[in-house]
Design a binder for this molecule. Structure first.
Ligand code: UP6
Length: 262
């Protein structure tokens, strides 16, 4: 996986959303996902419109938006189409299959109607995946399984990670990859490693527990295919300039990885 170009890996993807994402990454030369952790609809749309050209994935926590509306979703979908990125709702589903199928398709957010991708904690077992799948039989949708977290003191032990990878292997039609911090976790070149905890200044956020690595280190040492950057972009003095800088550095690190492992 680590030595193969994304263009080759797109042909090895086991589901259409992973293939689409890999093709977007190649077309835009971007392996940057912005974590759009803002609490108003206007800020969320402004980010999608301004950093959209530089990202392959736009990650939301839709439940932190104070003035959510159906119109916001229409605007997000329009921005995604215009700037050619996918939407990932970082819902981190973590309940029994029946409950997650309702959380995915009903309620205020109707996540499966607009998010190409979602995140899932495998802690409930395989039913969490079959539950989500049951809600979207005809849609092109997928999930990243959170097998290892970035935060200090996380409970994702090596045995939890390896059991989680077994669940991942059983659902190649729905799982597009894993959220993790360690390069050896994922071998399948058709799947993607999404890695948060990325910042240029690498200042952790103290008691809140986030732990950061540099763009170069997450790609070269930690095996990330796509890096998630939140506050490093969203809270920068100039978020557009920051997005451009992260995109350039992350893509250069990916090219360096592929050529150094050839
Ligand atoms: N995230 C992590 N660590 C994980 C999984 N997910 O930080 O292990 C998510 C957070 C946040 C983003 O929910 O949206 O990635 C990181 O934001 P930051 O760059 O501002 O720390």
């Amino acid at each position: 996986r680590l030595s193969l170009p994304f263009s080759v890996r797109a042909d090895q993807a086991t589901n259409p959303v992973a293939a689409k994402l890999l093709k977007i990454m190649v077309a835009k030369q971007s392996n940057l996902c912005v974590a759009a952790d803002v609490t108003s609809a206007s800020k969320l749309i402004a980010l999608a419109e301004t950093v959209g050209p530089y990202v392959c994935l736009f990650k939301t926590h839709i439940d932190i938006v104070e003035d959510f509306s159906a119109q916001l979703i229409q605007q997000l979908l329009a921005a995604a189409q215009k700037h050619n990125f996918l939407l990932i709702e970082d819902r981190k589903f973590a309940d029994i299959g029946h409950t997650v199928s309702l959380q995915y398709s009903h309620g205020t957010y109707k996540i499966c109607s607009w998010a190409d991708l979602v995140t899932v904690h495998p802690v409930p077992g395989e039913g969490v995946i079959t539950g989500l799948k049951s809600a979207v039989a005809d849609l092109h949708r997928g999930c990243f399984i959170v097998v290892e977290m970035s935060s200090a003191g996380n409970l994702t032990t090596p045995s939890y990670i390896s059991s989680s990878m077994e669940i991942c292997k059983k659902h190649p039609d729905f799982v597009v990859g894993v959220v993790c911090q360690t390069p050896s976790t994922l071998n399948n070149p058709g799947l993607l490693q999404l890695t948060p905890g990325v910042s240029l200044d690498c200042q952790n956020d103290g008691e809140l527990g986030q732990q950061y690595n540099s763009p170069e280190d997450v790609i070269m040492l930690r095996g990330a295919d796509i890096a998630v950057v939140g506050r490093g972009i969203v809270q920068a003095a100039d978020p557009v300039q920051a997005a451009q800088e992260y995109r350039t550095k992350l893509w250069a690190a990916y090219e360096k990885r592929v050529s150094s492992l050839k």
